[in-house]
Design a binder for this molecule. Structure first.
Ligand code: FES
Length: 144
């Protein structure tokens, strides 16, 4: 009887020990997941406010080699008016061109307003926009 009780208590202690040993692992996994869901945006200088003087302008490989081409536009005196749009058409990825009043895709004819919203298909989504800001005369875009 005593052996059964000792065995049971040993089994109970091992069980609690195992569960307690796993708790830090669960805690660490939860922390890593939270960090992964809220990444800090890294802002990259892609142009200067002087570049905005003549309307929308294109910046190829905005974040380095083989990175997105962006169209930047807005009033250099009004940071809230700035737009950084990914030139890649959401239909099949061709780079859209600025046509004076809107963006037009050369591949299949999709069109987008100056704010990147879709006005004609076959694309079924707006152009992707990036967070943008001005610091010391530089235009910085959030690399995602
Ligand atoms: Fe732009 Fe097809 S890739 S319309």
């Amino acid at each position: 009887m005593q052996n059964n009780r000792r065995g049971f208590l040993r089994w109970l202690a091992l069980g609690f020990g195992s569960v307690a040993g796993l708790l830090p692992a669960f805690t660490q996994r939860r922390s890593a997941r939270v960090i992964a869901q809220t990444p800090e945006a890294e802002f990259i200088k892609v142009a200067t406010v002087e570049d905005l003087a003549d309307g929308p302008f294109k910046v190829e490989n905005a974040f380095g080699d083989n990175t997105p081409t962006l169209w930047l536009s807005g009033d250099p005196e009004d940071e809230d008016s700035l737009l950084a749009l990914d030139a890649a058409c959401p239909h099949a990825g061709c780079d859209v061109n600025w046509r004076g009043e809107n963006y037009v895709c050369p591949c299949h004819g999709s069109a987008f307003a100056a704010d990147g919203s879709r006005t004609r298909g076959p694309a079924n989504a707006d152009l992707t926009s990036y967070e943008v800001k001005i610091e010391d005369g530089a235009i910085l875009v959030a690399k995602t």
